[in-house]
Each structure stands twice: as C-alpha cells, then as structure tokens.
Design a binder for this molecule. Structure first.
Ligand code: CUA
Length: 362
C-alpha cells in the first residue's frame, strides 16, 4: 500500500468493506451527534442559569409524577434503545457474514509463530509474511499457531481473526481490488509483535495462476501429506488392505466432513480439529468398533506437517466416489469390521484429487 498522505480509513478492498464502513460511520455519527448535543446543553444551561449578583435563585420543586416527566423518560429511554438495537442487529448480521466462509471458497493455510506468518497454498506454494491471492475469489484461511495467540488482521479487507495454538480458526474475504495491502498481527504476542507484519498481494486470475506455477517444487499439500502419512507408517493401520482387509484403525476414505460415531455413543463431525486431535491424542475419541491401540504422534509432527496430513485426509474424501464399495468410517458401527476395499488410493488418485480447486474452476 502506498502512502496517500493523511487518511482516516485504510483502503476498502474487499466485498465486505463497504458494509463494515457504513456501520462504523453510522456509529460515529450517532456518537458525534449526542456528544455535541450534550456539550452544547452543558454550555447553554451554564450560561442561562448562571449565578447573577443580587438575584435570588427561585427553584420550584419538581412534580415527579407529572405526565410530562413520564413522557420525557420514555422518550430518552426508547431512542437510545432503538439506536443501540440498530447497531446490534446490523453488527450481528456482518459478524455472521464474516464468520461463515462461502462453500466455494479457495482454501489457504496460515501458521503463525513468533514472529512471522507462514502460508501454504493447496497446490504446494509456500510463502512467509506474504500472501498472494486472486482478485474476486472467495478465500478461506484456515489458521493455527505454533506458540502463542496471534491475530491475522487484514485492515483493507475489514477482517481479522485470532490464531490459536492447538486449534484451527478461519477467516474469509473476497478481495475486490488488485494491489498490495498490510497484514498485521493484532494480538500482543511478545517483544517483536509489532514486527509481525506482512503484505497481501491481490493479483489478477492469470497473474495468480502464473505465480502459483512457480510453486515450491515439492508437490501439492496433499501429496506432501501423503508422503508424511507413509513416512510415519499411518497406512499400517489406516489402510483397507492390511490384515486381509481389516485395518486396525478406521478407514480414512470419505471421513473428512462426515459424522463419525464414537465408542461412547456420541458422534462428531470430522473437521480439521478432530483430525488433529486424533493424531496427537488418539485416546481421546475412539471410533466405534475400534480399540484404543493408536500411539500418539505428539512431538513427531510439526504444525505445518499436520496441515499437510489434514489436506491428504481431505483428498481421500474427494476420491470417495471412486472407492464407493468401501463405507466411510462414519458408517461403521460397533462389531462391524471394515469392508475390504479395492486398495488404497494410489499416487495418481490422490494427486488428481489433491490438485483440488484450481483457479477458475468455480
Ligand atoms: Cu503475533 Cu502479535
């Protein structure tokens, strides 16, 4: 962002920015109106009812039960109530919009650490303190932290969200203007908090495709996740062809996004946090029909690696159609062994689905 001299507001460069600014302007105008009104009345009454030498004050007792007094009280209660309800309903509607990423959003992962932002694109590209995004596309950021609380703030897009260790939070935006804008950390996170800044580059669709093509040379996130999956030996249990087709762990095809029945009778949606918890604290939620045999992988997987694993598990979900004679783990009930499938998805399938949303396929 270039310096344009003095400006009260950062540039408005996202689909939500206009609405946020309108609410903000409304609140500033209401506050200004009442501040000025009160200041004016203080001065006006101070002058009008000032002490004059030689004049005796003539205060009359006030009748507290007069109709006029009641009307006045109702008016000065109802008007502020009405104004604050307008702010509340308006604010809640913007909050709901900002907290629900549209289904067609392009996903990007953000990891905060003292004191930098690490960003991973599904296609494999990685960057630090920079975020490249295409213009006019819904972008969903899935974020976590390696150490303490941070907050990924994009003032030009009028959005921000806390970045919390051990959890995944999301934030979404649709940039409407090409250009470069600030990234700030908006949560005090240590001595160099103020240096935890970066730049988001909003590119045209074609420039973004060209930028992505430079890539990392390491394959997509899902491919890197699959390599990690193999390296850690996850497939020894979470595969359909081990032990004559009966895996010691749940089959992972189609798990992501589904509801998983647990041993204790509850069920849970398999989202990013559930996958992470199952890898680091496997004993905390046992899938119905399976035993508590999985060892923890705590300390063996970095936060970046975890995101890749999650992306790999997601890609297994996407290839579910090709493996439809295997039930997703969520349909397994106690006592039912996993049905043998045609085999684990090979590199080809995982890679094909991992290619994921490419720019322009909306
Ligand atoms: Cu990270 Cu402040």
């Amino acid at each position: 962002m270039q310096a344009h001299g003095f400006s009260l507001f950062p540039e408005a460069a996202s689909s939500i920015a206009g609405e946020v600014d309108a609410l903000y302007a409304f609140m500033v105008l209401v506050s200004a109106f009442f501040s000025l009104l009160i200041a004016f009345l203080i001065i006006y009454f101070a002058v009008k009812y000032r002490h004059r030498p030689g004049v005796k004050p003539t205060f009359k007792p006030v009748d507290d039960h007069s109709i006029g007094g009641m009307v006045l009280e109702i008016v000065w209660t109802a008007i502020p109530l009405g104004l604050s309800m307008i702010m509340f309903v308006w604010g809640v509607s913007i909050y709901f919009t900002e907290s629900r990423p549209p289904a067609d959003s392009m996903e990007i992962y953000v990891t905060g650490k003292q004191w930098m932002w690490k960003i991973q694109h599904m296609e494999g590209a990685r960057e630090i303190n920079e975020l490249h995004v295409p213009v006019n596309r819904n972008i969903k950021l899935t974020m976590t932290s390696e150490d303490v609380l941070h907050d990924f703030s994009l003032p030009a897009f009028r959005t921000k969200a806390d970045v919390v260790p051990g959890r995944y939070t999301t934030e979404w935006f649709k940039a409407t203007k090409e250009g470069s804008y600030h990234i700030f950390c908006a949560e005090y996170c240590g001595t160099k908090h103020s240096e935890m800044v970066g730049t988001v580059y909003v590119l045209s669709e074609s420039d973004y495709t060209a930028w992505l093509a430079r890539g990392s040379g390491e394959g997509s996130m899902a491919e890197q996740g699959q390599a990690l999956f193999n390296q850690l030996g996850c497939g020894n249990c979470h595969a359909s062809v081990v032990n004559n087709g009966i895996g010691r762990g749940p089959n992972l095809n189609g798990v992501f996004g589904s509801r998983v029945d647990l041993k204790d009778g509850k069920s849970i949606k398999a989202d990013e946090s559930y996958i992470r918890e199952s890898v680091l604290y496997p004993q905390s939620k046992i899938v119905a029909g399976f035993d508590d045999v999985m060892p923890t992988f705590k300390g063996l997987i970095s936060d970046d690696g975890m995101l890749k694993l999650i992306e790999y598990v997601k890609s297994l979900g996407l290839s579910h159609g090709a493996l439809n004679n295997m039930p997703p783990a969520s349909t397994m009930t106690s006592g039912t062994a996993p049905v043998p499938g045609p085999g684990r998805p090979g590199n080809g399938k995982a890679a094909a689905s991992a290619a994921g949303p490419t720019p322009g396929n909306k």
